[in-house]
Write a protein that binds this ligand. Structure first.
Ligand code: ADP
Ligand code: MG
Length: 458
């Protein structure tokens, strides 16, 4: 039922998007593959149609709903529906949705991959230090040719671009070779298909279909960890394809070895190709992404202007992941389109994103920061603020200065006083050094990220 799908969506789109866009959708009907919602305004209908169409269809279909497209009506169900993705209303009912490709049907049974998101291309992917390795590896694999990295295993935290890169690879492979059988699906869909095949006694077809693809892409593989029979089947499929020299691309939220509930032999198979990770975003990358997305939104929201310093503020304050960042920006545009002048300034941003930025508003004191940093690096506070210049003290010291600037309202001279009476230029130097290291040194980036999380929870 819609209630269940809604819960699934809540996890996928994040709390804020959910409350703003999904919650207001009222189930209307499901007829001939067309899922109709009643919405409070066309604005919401258009928005959902634009940004959440694929996710809603995917989730509904993961629950076996058989949805092909969405429609929205304002208030009364009799109104003319807005078609999803600009597909004309008059589209014949049997017109299947875009490019979900089918792998060689053996005997009537077909397996359809997930719909690819047309916005998830290499061109639309903003590259920075934290993701450049993953990006290059993805590009290389997408260029086809002799199979080099096999499997390619991409991992990283939620919202950092794994699904985007996987889609980009699939688009590129298909563009280069329209005949290639590229099957992209989530591990959840793999399991769903597998269970369905078992139930319908179609395992032979199932195996045959999976073994006849040219490229198999499985997103969020951690999902099948601990699901024994699915994992077993996945392993066999995997081996069969690798033996045939077919390309496999996998994503997960952690490194292969850290996915608990995964069998050792599966882990070692997953590690046998190239394993690359997407690091947490840096300030520069976030700003770059925001700038790019603003360009994209500009056409859709003619008249909305984003004020000076707003993007910088958002890039500074919303550090969790790119999905949240996008959600925040969307909200600013939606907000801008509702207010008179259409200019979203810093004040409006603060108001509009207060719930997202609240966590960062919660101030940690310099004492707390020093304590947490000293703990983290296992040094004494007296050494952290003291005069010793060796790296084991100076690096944590600079990290603490950096966090003091980020988490408190103190001025540089004030921070300096709290760090053994250092001068404000020393503090500034330290802050800059860490900002730079966050981009170039993954260990520092990780340390800072972890400490940020600790400090937010105080
Ligand atoms: P994941 O699968 O890792 O959870 P997604 O690939 O779904 O994350 O990314 C979340 C959102 O952020 C998507 O809308 C995606 O387009 C966007 N995104 C992530 N990284 C980038 C990037 N480097 N450039 C542009 N958009 C990005
Ligand atoms: Mg994903």
């Amino acid at each position: 039922s819609w209630g269940i799908v809604k819960q699934d969506l809540k996890l996928k789109v994040g709390h804020n998007n959910f409350v703003t866009w999904i919650e207001p959708l009222e189930f209307g009907s499901l007829d001939d593959g067309i899922l109709t919602f009643r919405v409070p305004s066309m604005f919401i209908g258009n928005w959902v149609s634009r940004y959440f169409c694929d996710q809603i269809i995917d989730e509904a279909n993961a629950r076996g709903a058989g949805v092909r497209r969405l429609a929205f009506v304002v208030g009364e169900p009799a109104n003319r529906p807005v078609p999803c993705n600009g597909e004309p209303d008059a589209a014949p009912a049997d017109k299947a949705p875009a490019p979900a490709r089918t792998a060689a049907p053996a005997s009537g049974m077909t397996i359809t991959g997930a719909r690819l998101n047309e916005n998830y291309t290499f061109d639309a992917f903003v590259v920075g230090k934290p993701n450049e390795l993953a990006y290059s590896a993805a590009r290389r694999v997408a260029e086809g040719g002799p199979v080099t990295f096999n499997p390619l295993f991409l991992y990283g935290g939620v919202g950092l671009g794994k699904t985007h890169l996987m889609n980009a690879i699939a688009w590129e492979l298909r563009a280069r070779d329209p005949g290639a059988r590229v099957l992209y699906m989530s591990a959840e869909q793999f399991m769903y298909r597998f269970v369905q095949a078992l139930r319908d006694r179609q395992m032979i077809d199932f195996k045959q279909i999976f073994r006849s693809v040219d490229v198999l892409m499985v997103d969020d593989v951690q999902f099948i960890a601990g699901k024994d029979s699915t994992q077993e089947e996945f392993f066999h499929t995997f081996n069969a394809l690798i033996e045939q020299g077919k390309q496999i691309i996998i994503s997960a939220d952690t490194a292969p070895g850290e996915i608990s509930g995964l069998e050792r032999r599966v882990v070692s198979r997953l590690q046998s190709g190239l394993v690359v990770d997407l690091h947490p975003t840096s300030y520069e990358l976030r700003l770059g992404i925001l700038q790019r997305k603003v360009e994209q939104f500009r056409d859709q929201f003619a008249g909305v202007r984003i004020g000076e310093g707003v993007l910088e503020m958002v890039a500074h304050r919303i550090t969790s992941n790119v999905r949240e960042l996008e959600g925040a920006l969307m909200r600013l545009f939606a907000f801008g389109s509702l207010i008179d002048r259409g200019e979203v300034d810093q004040e409006a941003t603060r108001e509009c994103l207060s719930d997202l930025m609240r966590t960062y508003d919660r101030r940690a004191s310099i004492d707390e920061i020093q304590r947490k940093v000293a703990d983290h690096y296992n040094i004494r506070i007296s050494d952290l603020v003291g005069p010793k210049r060796t790296r084991i003290y100076s690096r944590p010291r600079q990290v603490a200065m950096f966090l003091a600037k980020e988490f408190t309202d103190r001025s540089l001279p004030e921070i300096g006083r709290r760090f053994g009476g250092r001068d404000h230029t020393t503090i500034l130097h330290g802050i800059r050094a860490i900002a730079k290291l966050c981009d170039t040194d993954s260990q520092t980036a990780e340390d800072v990220d972890m400490l940020r999380r600790v400090l937010r929870d105080i």
